[in-house]
Design a binder for this molecule. Structure first.
Ligand code: DLL
Length: 441
């Protein structure tokens, strides 16, 4: 359901709105944030020099290190009196990036997420189970306020306590569920192991994101739960979930809330823009954020952008599924591989379940990959005991062969017993890098 006319704006209408908001944002950051003031001064730029949306390319980039290296609240563009909420993202280095929200920001965010839930199929008379973690992570509260704003009966169950999730699904009959795809898969599997048929649940739509996932995992989740599963994207530095949302009608790219964010795609090496349709690093500029606006924020996420009217009727630019983060890209003996490509290949194999881990080692001056995959319990159980070992060996051989063909990398493959790979309640941990810790192989 299209709930805001801005979703169908013409290119000119959208650009006019973006320009006004961009100019306001630039004045605010230049006037209130010393970091941006000096960055603009270094380039001899004043906010008035930005006269078209395209002029954005004159502005400096912002990177995660800029946010991490600043003191908490130093990059806020408003006084603390106006800040009503703090969220933080804690990355691999452990240094949290702190972001603030004014009442206006919280209000806009709720509107944006309400729109996103509607894009995914949610409606005011439905029940919405929110299995994203509540807390400093933006997933829980971000989806929560969006659900309420849309008018849905929103269940703040948060992540974890899988049996309770299943009981609530049975009791409250939600039509929409949100969570990381890896956690929703766990809920579906738990239903099966309790002897319940997930296809009989009330669920119709899923809002899944916060971690890379593949088309193959979409198929698994849709067929297990009998739902339409749609991808939601966002990051705390720019706002949180809702920056882009895939529509349930076309499932063909995520509609970007362009009235609140300008998107660019750049080549991460040359920092030059890449043409529409070509993959590169996503860069966002916030247009309405008051407390923590960001200018040309380099997300580290790899995707492409397409423009043109979608079959759902929306005209906003669409981003492709995120292939992965630049820093998650594995370079194995010169070949670039994203974990999402490994997932795509693995999930085509019916002998396996959609859980895996990639272990990285360094030995003999070379990087090595060891893939941990998990055997499909039903097939394994039905296999004659005498043949189980041979069966495992054959599966490992097939996976090695598929990886070599699809990802062009030779990997050691460990086929593990059902339930061996740890399940997550939030973002799944897929890559375990033993190289950094210098652990022996
Ligand atoms: O993950 C916000 C979010 C919450 C998005 C709920 C969607 C749903 P952060 O914790 O700051 O914020 O992590 C942001 O997660 O830069 C991406 O690398 C990754 N990410 C987020 N959504 C997707 C997605 C939230 N749909 C980082 N596909 C981003 C792939 C995603 N990666």
């Amino acid at each position: 359901m299209i709930i805001h006319e801005v979703e169908t704006y013409s290119e000119n209408e959208m650009k006019a709105l973006q320009l006004t908001r961009l100019q306001e944002t630039l004045k605010r950051v230049y006037g209130n944030v010393p970091f941006y003031h000096s960055k603009f001064d270094e380039l001899g730029l004043k906010p008035e020099d930005i006269k078209t949306v395209e002029d954005i390319s004159k502005l400096p980039f912002t990177v995660k290190a800029d946010l991490r290296n600043s003191k908490p609240f130093e990059l806020f563009a408003t006084s603390m009196k106006e800040v009503v909420r703090i969220h933080a993202s804690s990355g691999t280095s452990g240094t949290p990036t702190i972001v603030g929200y004014t009442e206006g920001d919280i209000n806009n965010w709720a509107d944006i997420v309400a729109r996103a839930i509607a894009i995914a199929g949610g409606e005011a008379d439905g029940v919405f189970q929110n299995a994203y973690g509540y807390g400093l992570f933006t997933g829980g509260l971000g989806l929560h306020y969006g659900g309420e704003r849309l008018g849905m009966a929103t269940i703040p169950i948060s992540g974890g306590n899988t049996t309770r999730q299943i009981n609530i699904i049975e009791e409250c009959k939600p039509t929409v569920i949100a969570g990381t795809p890896s956690y929703i898969l766990r809920i579906a599997e738990e239903m099966e192991s309790m002897g319940k048929d997930p296809l009989e649940s009330s669920l119709k739509f899923g809002i899944f994101g916060a971690e890379p996932w593949s088309e193959e995992l979409r198929k698994v989740l849709e067929s297990k739960l009998g739902i339409k599963a749609c991808d939601i994207y966002g990051l705390s530095e720019v706002m949180g979930p809702g920056i882009a949302m895939e529509c349930h009608e076309a499932q063909d790219g995520l509609h970007i809330a362009e009235d609140h964010f300008i998107v660019e795609v750049i080549n991460p090496d040359t920092l030059q823009p890449v043409p529409d349709g070509e993959e590169g690093e996503l860069v966002f500029t916030s247009l309405t954020k008051e407390a923590s606006p960001v200018i040309r924020y380099r997300t580290g996420d790899i995707a492409s952008i397409t423009r043109g009217t979608c079959s759902c009727g929306r005209t906003t630019a669409r981003m492709s599924r995120v292939k992965g983060r630049i820093d998650d890209m594995l370079i194995i003996r010169g070949v670039n591989v994203f974990p999402s490509e490994i997932e795509e290949c693995l999930l085509r194999n019916e002998d396996l379940v959609p859980h895996y881990q990639v272990h990285l080692y360094h030995e003999d001056a070379m990087d090595h990959v060891e893939l941990h995959v998990e055997i499909n319990e039903q097939i394994y159980r039905n296999c004659n005991d005498d043949l189980k070992n041979d069966y495992i060996k054959t599966v490992a051989k097939n996976v090695r062969h598929d990886m070599k063909n699809y990802c062009l990398v030779t990997m050691k493959v460990n086929v593990l017993a059902p339930g061996s790979i740890p399940r997550s309640e939030g973002k799944a941990i897929r890559i375990i890098d033993h190289r950094k810790k210098g652990l022996p192989v």
